[in-house]
Design a protein around this ligand. Structure first.
Ligand SMILES: Cc1cc2nc3c(=O)[nH]c(=O)nc-3n(C[C@H](O)[C@H](O)[C@H](O)COP(=O)(O)OP(=O)(O)OC[C@H]3O[C@@H](n4cnc5c(N)ncnc54)[C@H](O)[C@@H]3O)c2cc1C
Length: 394
């Protein structure tokens, strides 16, 4: 039997987050501390304080670390409500990259690492970043192209290389750095390292101008020049970095879907309200079939996105790794939400491209989601490979 009903406690939590975002967070959307490289850390802390006061900070983290211990289905419900403002996930401290890092630390880190890194992160006392991608010719869509090296020297690893597009690097209290570990000539494999920041071996050479502006700390380009990390700060086991990346990315790409779904719902609400009010050729825009159909398509795709997200969330809660389903959901949701945002902009006419409504902002933010956490083409390619493996000709 498939039961689509929601637990009343989850409904109550969703409604609480909805009210919190509408009443306490949306008023900050014109705050001068919103820069082209994301909300300043000062603003982030102020928003976190509001969420903490409301009992909503880091709701995905277990209660041992101060969160609400939400499962994946509950996250889907709460993160969508938070995403109704692009500042909502920042306030609740469930935005990327921190949210994915918290999840991975809970699963992979040692008890000592969890106390040293996860606890202050979960409490909002610090931010973090995840440094995997490298400039050409290094790791990108293909993480196998990883070039950054970590050479063992006694009890330390010494890391050298380049990273870029590292969200939240500026102002982060620590980085999770992916590097190829070596012991002398022997390669030990891709490994994750926990590096305290700031550190002279981790230089932010620039914060990159980009289409989006939702993430505190922007997107950094990093020069790793002899960054020393003690062996106790290897995350999990040496050589298991790519496996841990999957532990992080399968749920992380789904939580992006949840948050951006909330943002697209907001854009749709704005466009709908405009279409009901604005008149052209003697009637409201909504009465024109061309506009009504755009809004109808939005409703259809928002609903389909929500169902796809809940399906993967449920699978993750059952203990499945959800790789195939989350790939499908990531492609569908990222592309459908972009279509929704695009239609909203069209319905708003000239106002759509101005910063007078949140639609312009949401349109820009959602575009990048078709690239990070796996470009659509890479997911389609991985899905096709699985089809080939599971349905091989006899
Ligand atoms: C806003 C934003 C935030 C990010 N934050 C982080 C972060 O915090 N940490 C981090 O480590 N990285 C981050 N990234 C980097 C992101 O993970 C990479 O951009 C992504 O993995 C793609 O790598 P690439 O940009 O090097 O593209 P490339 O590897 O150069 O690929 C370019 C394009 O080639 C195509 N392509 C590649 N492989 C295939 C294939 N097999 N079949 C068909 N087509 C293919 C795709 O269309 C792809 O978009 C971020 C990126 C963005 C845009």
């Amino acid at each position: 039997m498939i039961d689509f009903s929601m637990d009343p406690a989850d409904v109550a939590l969703r409604d609480k987050v909805r009210s919190f975002v509408r009443e306490r967070i949306i008023p900050y959307e014109r705050d001068p501390r919103l820069t082209s490289h994301g909300p300043t850390d000062d603003l982030r802390r102020e928003l976190n304080a509001l969420a903490r006061e409301a009992g909503l900070l880091a709701p995905h983290v277990s209660s041992h670390y101060g969160g609400l211990g939400l499962n994946h289905v509950q996250r889907a419900i709460v993160f969508e409500a938070a995403g109704y403002s692009t500042l909502g996930p920042i306030a609740l401290h469930c935005a990327a990259p921190d949210e994915g890092n918290m999840h991975m630390l809970e699963v992979v880190a040692s008890p000592q690492q969890r106390e040293a890194y996860l606890r202050p992160l979960a409490q909002g006392d610090m931010r973090s970043c995840f440094a995997m991608t490298e400039p050409q010719p290094g790791a990108g869509a293909d993480p196998g192209q990883l070039l950054t090296r970590a050479d063992r020297e006694g009890d330390h690893f010494v890391i050298s290389g380049k990273k870029w597009l590292i969200t939240g690097a500026e102002g982060a209290g620590f980085a999770i750095v992916m590097a190829r570990a070596f012991d002398g000539q022997q390669e030990l494999g891709p490994t994750m390292f926990l590096a305290r920041l700031p550190d002279p071996g981790f230089q932010i050479t620039r914060t990159i101008d980009s289409i989006d502006a939702s993430f505190t700390g922007g997107h950094g380009e990093i020069a790793l020049t002899g960054l020393r990390v003690h062996k106790d700060d290897v995350l999990g086991e040496v050589g298991q970095g790519l496996r841990y990346a999957q532990i992080r990315l399968a749920p992380a790409r789904l939580t992006h879907c949840m948050r951006w779904l909330g943002a697209a719902v907001r854009a749709h609400d704005i466009a709908t309200e405009y279409a009901m009010r604005r008149k052209a050729f003697g009637t409201t825009l909504l009465q024109h079939e061309g506009v009504g159909f755009m809004l109808a398509d939005n409703e259809i795709e928002l609903h389909m996105c929500r169902l796809a997200i809940l399906d993967v969330a449920w699978r993750l809660d059952q203990g499945e790794n959800g790789r195939h389903a989350s790939s499908m959901a990531k492609v569908f949701v990222s592309e459908a939400l972009f279509r929704v945002a695009d239609r909203c902009m069209q319905v708003l006419g000239g106002m759509g491209v101005t910063a007078d409504t949140q639609v312009e902002r949401i349109f820009r933010e959602i575009r990048a989601f078709r690239i990070y956490d796996g470009p659509s083409e890479v997911h389609r390619w991985a899905i096709a490979n699985r089809i080939a493996r599971t349905k091989a000709a006899p």
